[in-house]
Design a protein around this ligand. Structure first.
Ligand code: PLP
Length: 739
């Protein structure tokens, strides 16, 4: 086991631990009171009694004097049961030629719209499925509901949102639906409401309400659905007639035993849950701690409209993934507010609320529950502070401490945003730096880095005027650079030497080469760091596995041909090619790698192609590019991802490693310092991997083992090493999480 124990679990909206008292009841139901409630012997009668008791307590807990409680496998089944019942009933009432709709809240759990679409199609109802918009507080548009309600067969809303904790005014929704005259059926997903708000099924006029046990300390696989007395019902699971024929299948008795303890807690029959006011105090303490350590943090919802147990926040300058990695290393489990879409992680809930894009991309959900106590929250706050201190020492957060504690930067750094690359070179001896292709979303990070490391910024350069993203050059130049004159790509107008195409970073020359083609203003920059170490910042002229596109208005394939003829002889076998994009997680390349896989480049290099043939081939490649990528701007032809095969190892192999093995811990420095890294490992974050590749030529035949949090970063880094000729590379599959 490489990872630490006793995590602070603050992801209760995803699921909860089973409380020891609940587990004891489950155990009892499995080993002693294990009867089948359909059996007529004493053991069966005892099981049936448990079921009757739990149903009664469920009714009390949600104030459902009338109507049915049907035990299910969880809320997703409850949602199916409700939607299926409502739509089977609706089908029988449909009037030909009339238009119908199914309404659901824009921030609903995906189980709802997906089930609506599924049953609408399967049952051939063909109602229009319409999303109810929410305002910037996440509250449903009541006028919209009122105007659509007359045509609605079913309206699905939620009591409490799982990402933000925002609760809806159920009484107001009921009134918008027509109150006691409402015609549409109404399902309220109460999964995140149980134990967080007062629920009252009868007076709220709800027809269906699904619930889930695992969100409130019961095990996964048990839940229940409330069905109002007069609401239409069709059994979703038929069979042996259990649950009075409403849901067949032998009942999950251990699950019911768990629910009993939870209901007892809700009804105040035991003291497992803290009082509501205590939960608000916990939230206050957590919010204050977060605000004190992350000055750029914002809370993504109005706390006045949210249950006490959820805090959804974003920290400017950090992606959700970065905060997740940090918190995981600090042994705090939170969740990114969302799922991963094709490009970046963003939250559809925050998008529906109309929050700024960065908030959605950076969202973190911290959620706790009534089973937490003061000690848990104190420990969480302590660890959040530790995490922030670690960020300061890695210069990601700026403070007095960070300036004094930072490990001196040295060499090349790669910072990415989506697939675009920004390069920073630091000359440790002179404390000078150059930035190439700064990206807007990274500007705060670059500024913090320069200030915390107390570096003198010699130049902030663009390789060309970027068409697909905004450069942060102007902004950063204003913040960091001396007032020297420079041209529109940032090249100083009054250079230190007579050579106007050369500037010095410490004692290292940085040469500018005009390489028009991709755009008329494209330039490459060549940095000579030693006899066998050089970096070529080739912008979008050469991409990994391709060449920059030349079909913009400001492009010229003719000029690209000339530019390549000028550039290629300046690159040595050892020159590391640093491109402006990394579409396939390759980090960097070299001329031998590119010549081996890029036939057009090879032909130019070998003089096997003339300019006319180049232009024709390039045109074909650029046309294919449009076909490949559709709407997104890709800046050039790129190779298919051909990640090298990398060996997997596990913790048990650590003892058998040869003494010359290099263990690289691929996590960020703050993660590395928070956790307990493997003994003798070297911290080599992804941002410095290219530097490692360039400066460890002599180690290419030594065994390397890479590790990170979950095995994703180590896998891509290992592939990059293999591509560069490191011939004995393995990584920990599953990272610290599984080893
Ligand atoms: N509805 C909401 C609001 C939820 O948060 C969840 C779980 O994440 C579900 C429905 C689905 O619940 P279950 O996991 O019990 O199927």
């Amino acid at each position: 086991m490489l990872q630490e124990h006793n995590p602070i679990y603050l992801d209760c909206n995803a699921t909860t631990a089973v409380l020891p008292q609940v587990a004891a009841a489950v155990n009892q139901a499995m080993t002693q009171n294990y009867g089948n409630p359909s059996s007529s012997h004493i053991t069966g009668i005892q099981a049936k009694d448990l079921m009757t008791r739990v149903r009664q307590k469920a009714k009390q807990a949600i104030a459902a004097e009338q109507g049915n409680i049907i035990f299910t496998s969880g809320a997703t089944e409850g949602i199916q049961t409700a939607i299926f019942s409502a739509l089977v009933h609706a089908k029988q009432q449909l009037v030909a030629g009339q238009e119908y709709c199914l309404l659901y809240g824009a921030t609903e759990h995906k189980a709802v719209p997906n089930s609506l679409a599924h049953w609408n199609q399967i049952l051939d109802i063909n109602a229009k499925i319409i999303e109810i918009p929410v305002n910037n507080k996440g509250l449903l548009d009541l006028d919209f509901i009122a105007s659509h309600a007359p045509k609605a067969l079913l309206v699905c809303t939620m009591a409490v949102n799982n990402e933000t904790g925002v609760y809806q005014n159920l009484k107001a929704i009921y009134d918008s639906l027509g109150g006691s005259n409402k015609s549409a059926l109404w399902m309220v997903d109460c999964v995140q409401g149980l134990g967080k708000i007062q629920l009252d099924m009868t007076t709220m006029g709800i027809d269906y309400a699904p619930f889930s046990g695992h969100k409130l300390y019961a095990p996964k696989g048990i839940g229940f659905v409330y069905v109002a007395q007069h609401a239409p019902f069709t059994a979703f699971i038929a069979g042996g007639g259990q649950e009075s024929g409403l849901r067949s299948g032998t009942e999950n008795m251990p699950g019911l035993a768990a629910l009993e303890v939870v209901f007892d807690a809700l009804l105040g029959h035991n003291n497992l849950f803290v009082k509501e006011q205590q939960l608000y105090d916990f939230r206050q303490q957590l919010v204050e701690t977060l605000q004190s350590v992350f000055p750029t943090m914002v809370i993504n919802h109005d706390l006045a409209y949210s249950v006490a147990t959820t805090i959804n926040f974003s920290v400017k300058g950090f992606t959700s993934k970065e905060i997740m990695d940090l918190f995981d290393a600090a042994n705090i489990r939170v969740s990114s507010g969302s799922a991963c879409s094709s490009k970046v992680t963003r939250s559809f809930v925050l998008d529906a609320m109309g929050l700024e894009s960065w908030q959605s991309e950076s969202a973190i959900r911290l959620s706790f529950g009534p089973g937490n106590n003061q000690q848990d929250i104190d420990l969480a706050c302590k660890r959040i502070k530790q995490a922030a201190r670690a960020l300061q020492s890695s210069c990601r957060l700026l403070s007095e401490n960070s300036i004094n504690q930072a490990v001196a930067a040295d060499g090349l750094y790669l910072l990415n945003h989506e697939n675009a690359c920004c390069w920073i070179y630091v000359d440790k001896a002179s404390k000078q730096m150059v930035v190439i292709d700064p990206l807007k979303p990274l500007s705060q990070r670059i500024e913090n880095f320069a200030r915390c490391q107390q570096l003198q910024v010699i130049a902030i350069l663009d390789t060309h005027g970027h068409g697909d993203h905004q450069s942060a050059r102007d902004e950063l130049t204003h913040l960091l650079s001396s007032k020297q004159q420079c041209d529109h790509l940032g090249w100083p107008q009054s250079p230190q030497s007579a050579d106007t195409d050369m500037i010095m970073i410490g004692e290292k020359p940085l040469q500018r080469i005009a390489t028009p083609g991709h755009t008329h203003d494209s330039h490459c920059y060549l940095l000579q760091c030693g006899p066998h170490q050089s970096f070529a910042f080739v912008g979008d002229t050469i991409l990994m596995g391709g060449l920059g596109r030349t079909n913009f208005d400001c492009s010229s394939s003719n000029m690209m041909y000339q530019s390549l003829q000028k550039l290629l002889p300046l690159l040595s076998q050892d020159t590391v090619l640093c491109c402006s994009h990394d579409y396939n997680n390759e980090f960097c390349s070299s001329l031998p790698i590119e010549l081996a896989r890029n036939s057009l480049l090879r032909q130019v290099s070998n003089q096997q192609i003339d300019v006319t043939q180049f232009i024709e081939t390039k045109k074909q490649l650029d046309n294919q590019l449009e076909d490949q990528v559709g709407q997104t701007i890709v800046c050039g032809t790129i190779a298919g991802c051909d990640n090298a095969q990398v060996k997997h190892v596990g913790a048990e192999q650590l003892d058998q490693l040869s003494s010359d093995t290099i263990i690289l811990d691929i996590r960020e420095p703050h993660e590395y310092h928070l956790g307990q890294p493997i003994k003798n490992s070297i911290n080599m974050p992804l941002s410095q991997l290219v530097n490692y590749i360039a400066s460890h030529n002599e180690d290419r035949h030594r065994p390397h083992i890479l590790i990170c949090r979950s095995g994703t970063r180590s896998a891509v880094a290992a592939s990059a090493l293999v591509k560069f000729g490191f011939d004995n590379v393995a990584h920990f599959n599953g990272g610290y999480a599984l080893n």
